[in-house]
Each structure stands twice: as structure tokens, then as C-alpha cells.
Design a protein around this ligand. Sequence first.
Ligand code: SAM
Length: 192
Amino acid sequence: NFRCRSAFKLLEIDDKFRVLKPGDSVVDCGAAPGAWSQVAVHRVNSAGTDPELPRGTVVGIDLLNIPHLDGAHFLSSHDVTDPTTHAKLLELLPNSQAHVILSDMAPNASGFKEMDHEKLIMMCFSLIDLAEKVLQPGGSLLCKYWDGILAQKLQEKLSSVFGGVRILKPNASRKDSAERYFLARMYRKPVK
Ligand code: SAM
């Protein structure tokens, strides 16, 4: 039983691209009410359900409250774009590193398509800063965006720090919505 039907988008993407592996550490950005985290807990075995497999870690972050879930740590009332959140995240992750960053974050829609698009793209750009702090080399980033004029800029930026970037539109995502996902893999940490 999933908390929200958004779970089916992540299941569909993960079935096809195998982003989440047992033992992985995952950061779930914009996690409330927790459906993606439910999928992640299951796929990385962070509740230790299968004793034969390595046990992963799931940390979810949201501005809203995220109800308790076995196998996940939640930072409720936390802003993903805030550096103090990043510091707490580093403490919760084994070796301060994540294999995967997931983001299904979305701002409250204003109804002005272009403004909402720009806001969400800016939030996605902030995930690239987060990646620089917590994502291990070779890691993956899956993030939701709303298509529009700035999508290509984001894609270019992702391509500059990841080995491969694809655009996904899961079947579980409404056909008439601008919702898309970038799946960026093989992270290369920029050298300072
Ligand atoms: N993936 C979730 C699930 O399956 O249960 C649903 C996520 S919902 C579509 C988007 C979430 O992003 C909202 O709960 C919202 O509060 C959160 N959000 C938006 N901006 C945020 C920010 N700056 N920091 C943390 N969470 C944010």
C-alpha cells in the first residue's frame, strides 16, 4: 500500500533503469507523504527485510511533515536548498555519501506555467550543489522538472557533471502534463 500514486512513476523508472540497488544510500528530496521513500526502502533493503542482502539507507527531506516509515530517516520541516539541511544530511549518510539523489520536489503551482517552470528548474539546479556535497562519484540523480525554456540549460549543466543524461516521461505521468524526469548517471565530482 503506497501513500501516494507517485510511487508508480518511481517503480516504473527503477524497473527499467535499475537506479536503486540493495545496500545503496538514497536521499529523497521532497519526500512527503513518503511514497517514493517506501519504494526506495524496499529496493535498497534499508529496513533489512531481506537479511541476505546488504542493508541500505534512505533519508527523506521535505518542508512538510513526513509520517514515520520503517527503514527511513526523515528530515521533516527542512528545506532541501538550505545549507543547514545539507549538514544534517551528511551526518545521517554512511560515510557522508549517497549513491542516489531522488527528487520529486515541486513548488506550489502558481498557475502561471512559465513561472512555475522557472521555479522548479532553479530547485533542480540546487540539487547539483547538493550532489557536489553528498553524491559519490559514479552516483545517480533522478529529478522531476516541468518542461519549458530553461530545461535545456539544466540538461547541459547535468551533462557537464554526469556521464549520461536522459529525459524520462513515465507512463504513470499524465500525458497532458509538462512533467518530465532527468535521469543523470555516472557522476563526476568536479575538481576544485
Ligand atoms: N515523492 C513524494 C511521494 O511519493 O510521496 C511526493 C512529492 S510531492 C509531488 C512534492 C513535495 O516537494 C511536496 O511535499 C513539497 O512540500 C516538497 N518541496 C517543495 N519544495 C521543497 C523544498 N525546497 N525543500 C523540501 N521539500 C520541498
